[in-house]
Every structure is written in C-alpha cells, then in structure tokens.
Design a protein around this ligand. Structure first.
Ligand code: ZN
Length: 341
C-alpha cells in the first residue's frame, strides 16, 4: 500500500513529540528517525545563484510515445494517490545523446511545464546523477508553489515549473536512495560530517539529513563548475566536512559527473541508466567557468577543469552573475518520501 507523505507534513511530524509520530503506524522507521538539524543556515536560500545557465543539456536523440507505465497510471484517478486530474496524460521514452538507456517522462495535460522543457531540464542534470533517475512526472502546480518530490524507486514528481536547481536536488535524492539498504545520507560519515560542522547551506537544509544532502549537492555542482569556488555568499569553512564527504563520493568525480556517457563503472550504488550511447560525442569535453571572486574550497582546488561543451545551445553560454544577489529565483523542492508498507 502506498502512503504519500509530503515533506512539509514530514517536517511537522519531525517536530512533534516522538510518541505522537510513533503512534502513526503509516510511518516507516526511516521517517521516524528523521530529525530537523539544529545547525544554522549559512544563507536563507539559494537565491544568489542558479545552475540554469551553467549546465548545458544533453540533447534527445529519440523520443517515442509509449503507453503509460505504472508510476504514471498511479497518478491518475481512481488511484487513491492520483495527482493528475486533466483529461489526458502523455508518456515518452526519451533517449539522450549521452546514454543508450531511455528515460520515461509522463506529462499531465494541465502541467505548467511543457514536455520540451521537461526533456531539456532532465538533459541538463549531470549524467553522473541523471543515471539514477527513474520515471519523471510533470504535473500541475495546483495550490501552493512549484514543488517536487522523489520516491525511493527514483521516480520524481514535479508540480509546476520547477527550476533546474530543483531537478538537481531531486536527482540527488534518486542517487541517495539508489541502494535501499544504504542510503548515502544515512552513512555514518555523513552524520559525522554534520556533527563536525557549524552550519548547513540554507534554511531548507535544516529539514533533515536527507534534504541537507540534496541541498549540498546543488552547492557542490556549482562549486565543481567553478574550480572550487562556492556560490556567491557561501564559504566552505563552516560546512567543510559536509563538502569533504560529498566530494569523496564516486558520483562527484567531475569527469564522471559531467561526462558524456552514463555507462559509468564506479563503487557507487547501482544506477538505473547504464547503457553507453550508440554514438559518443567527443566534443562534449569538460571545462570550467571563470572563477568568481568567492572564497575557495581548498580541498577541491586541484580538480580537473570542467563542464561539458555540448556544442550548441544559446542558453548554455556559461554567463553567471558577476556578484551575488542578482535576482535568480530558486523554487524550493518540497520533498517527500513514499513508504511501501
Ligand atoms: Zn528534497
């Protein structure tokens, strides 16, 4: 049986007395173990930067209409977990230029995000994280703000026009959950890193160790793209241990993360998309953006330079704000988890 538990609900539960949460038999043990973090945020939000212009998309080479797969059928009435109430839902199998294993994207007929936008944003997620994503659902925003959540299967549900930072955040959850017996965010080293630090990136990172992991991933992606320089307004010092933990994970080796092939052999959890593309594009090479005047992450100074040059795309010119606070808007993910009971 499926139980949907939006994270804003989870957040409330994490702050109520333990006895109350434990009395809710619909919650799995993982939910009950989650607690809000007490470290202060370094910034209120990620409003000083955006990954949108930094990550060029892998281009779709094939898009084939398919019948709705089970994760998408479950989003339709009369399912008790219905999230799509339009008269139609379409599903495509999309093959990107850097991976031979297609991705399934379902779009509800009244979703604000077009199928083209969903394909582009999924293609912008670095292949080292994208390889863990299962089915993507684009749904109507409805009441509230744009939001998204990821389930343990790696399926991601987007409501409204979620920006690329949210896609990276959710794809990080898919990576985090890939080994059901050993979530990355459940690693002892991650808890120790948090304990050793004196801040988390932003307010949303305070939600729990899972959300802190996903938010730090967004920071890490930006930092790797800027030769170790953190986003405007952020510095490494108070969250150095968290950065060190993440930078030591195989998935965050820059040449892999930003590579041109989802067929990656490493010691990380088993990915969902692992077949080499039919044709590798050698022009997709790894280069960095100019380093803004920001504090550097010393442990990452010697990393290879890099971002993929996909050879096209006017929206991939790498221009970033010269200084912080220039009006980028980040739509937060209101994450959620599904427990199979
Ligand atoms: Zn999340």
């Amino acid at each position: 049986m499926l139980f949907f538990l939006p994270l804003h609900v989870l957040l409330r539960l994490s702050t109520v007395p333990v006895a109350t949460a434990a009395a809710d038999s619909s919650l799995g043990s993982k939910a009950q173990s989650l607690a809000a973090l007490t470290l202060p945020p370094q910034q209120p939000s990620f409003s000083t930067f955006s990954l949108e212009l930094l990550l060029p998309p892998a281009y779709p080479v094939l898009a084939t209409p398919i019948n709705l797969p089970p994760p998408c059928e479950s989003a339709l009435p009369p399912s008790s977990s219905a999230e799509c109430f339009a008269s139609s839902m379409e599903a495509l199998n999309v093959t990107f230029e850097d991976c031979g294993t297609p991705y399934t994207i379902c779009r509800c007929g009244d979703a604000e995000m077009t199928m083209d936008t969903a394909i582009r944003r999924l293609g912008q997620v670095p292949v080292g994280l994208r390889r863990y994503v299962a089915t993507v659902l684009a749904l109507a925003e409805g009441t509230g703000e744009a939001r998204a959540y990821t389930v343990e299967s790696g399926d991601i549900h987007f409501f409204g026009e979620c920006e690329l930072d949210t896609w990276v955040h959710e794809s990080t959850h898919a990576y985090d959950f890939a080994n059901p017996n050993a979530w990355q965010s459940s690693a002892e080293g991650w808890a120790q890193a948090i304990d050793a630090d004196t801040c988390v990136p932003d307010l949303y990172s305070q939600t729990n160790i899972i959300e802190d992991f996903a938010q730090l991933s967004v920071i890490m992606i930006y930092t790797l793209l800027h030769s170790g320089s953190l986003p405007p307004g952020f510095s490494a010092g108070c969250m150095q241990h968290q950065l060190n933990f993440m930078s030591a994970l195989d998935a965050y080796v820059p040449g892999v993360l930003f590579g041109n092939n989802c067929n990656i052999i490493d010691n990380g959890p088993t990915a969902r998309h692992t077949e080499s593309p039919a044709t590798l594009d050698p022009s997709r090479t790894f280069t960095t953006f100019p380093v803004p005047k920001q504090p550097s992450l010393s442990s990452l100074q010697d990393m290879p330079t890099g971002i993929i040059n996909s050879g096209g795309g006017a929206d991939t010119n790498g221009v970033i704000p010269a200084s912080g606070g220039l009006g980028w808007t980040t739509i937060y993910c209101l994450g959620a988890l599904i427990w199979l009971l």
